[in-house]
Design a binder for this molecule. Sequence first.
Ligand code: HGS
Ligand code: MG
Length: 500
Amino acid sequence: PSPSLALKCLKSPDPQKTHKGNSPKNESAAGRSVPEEVLPKLVEEALVWSSLHGLVVGDGNNKRSGAVPGVGLVHAPFALLPVPFPKSQWRQACELAPIFNELVDRVSLDGKFLQDSLSRTKNVDAFTSRLLDIHAMMLADNKKEEIRLGLHRSDYMLDAETNLLLQIELNTISCSFPGLSCLVSELHRSLLNHYGKHLGLDSKKVPGNTTVSRFAHALAKAWNEYNNSSAVVMFVVSNEERNMYDQHWLSTELMERHGVNSIRKTLAEINEEGKLLPDGTLCVDGHTVAVVYFRSGYSPNDYPSESEWKARLLMEQSSSIKCPCISYHLVGTKKIQQELAKPNVLERFLENKDDIAKVRKCFAGLWSLEDSAASVGDAMERPEYFVLKPQREGGGNNIYGDDIRETLTRLTTEGGEGLSAYILMQRIFPTSYLSYLVREGICHHDYAVSELGIYGAYLRNKDKVIMNDQCGYLMRTKVSSSNEGGVAAGFAVLDSIYLT
Ligand SMILES: N[C@H](CCC(=O)N[C@@H](CS)C(=O)NCCC(=O)O)C(=O)O
Ligand SMILES: [Mg+2]
């Protein structure tokens, strides 16, 4: 059948057109071009595969798709082919996972470092300030988290100039796509098994992806440590959640593989239905909660009233294992990322010199604005080489290009501590490849850049480290012309990697 309009690939971009998102010298047509006669079949097969295998999200065009499972599904946006990625930097990224897991745990125990580093941000960023208040209360109560579970994702880009693997950020709360990322790797393997010979590609060069089984394993091990067989894992979720299937992959694996029950509650419901027993046990809606797994609660938008903050505090005060606990959450802020990049700071938290060197090697330029006027001046001069970042998660919050100049001007003329709400980061320019991005059944052929996320799981009970592993990967690919990334934010598509 002639390819329907939906499968028609929009025409390829004019290679001469440069993309403001990347300096022209990084354009590389080294992507893959799929033969015209194969492309529609490849796209159709990928769309069918995604639909049959649950590589799906709620469709924004259907107003109930975030509330009712099975209603208004659409395939998750994906790239048709995996991104070429050098084996050595892949190994480097994987080796960093257990080191970052350990670093998060060590920094989380230094309450003074967290409070001091974020003290000026506290004055100008109300959301971070509320998190710090809860943290301060736990310090004052001498509350110990003896069992600690971290499910992290460290995001990197490969700088085209230097070929250096540079960390974009370390996410310690609500890391998206442990479920869907595995499916994209399987999709690409399946497509290359079928069309590999036409494309000169070998499916075995797409690394297997284990995130959903490893993250479910970590949650189940934590549940085990809590040691109450009738207790549940509580997913803290938003009431509108179009990425719910990524979350259900985890809860389904928890039940089917480990026999562990999960419940899904919003912060408002936890405030309504939750209570603390005298021994610190958290009961919600009649369930004893062994593990609290946050898939909401990372953004000010998740706290529309005091009810949500009360729920956050109730959970923090309880004996449930929080993933993350408040101190892990704070370690994942961009301000702490920037503080850890200062000289001699890593040495306070890690002993092994090689580990310290490995971590430092992947740090991009990171500056605070309040104590380095030089970098403010630099960013005013050449804003295209920087990114201005607030302490926010969830995508869509970073400031680029001329907006940097305008924001810095405003903050400096306003005086005060407004600058403390941001950090300044070196802008990284990865190579952009010609890619096929499939969104809502339509394939777009465009130059795109990619960001590699490596998942890590850490579980500790007092002095015993029960788990400290790299747990699979996520590749996100976005058109070069878009500054902002983010799949949920609607800019990027899910991808996988092809080791070269
Ligand atoms: N809807 C929530 C979304 C949770 C969320 O935004 N997580 C941040 C880290 S905090 C993140 O991983 N962002 C990169 C994924 C992207 O590109 O969209 C969920 O899935 O539970
Ligand atoms: Mg983030």
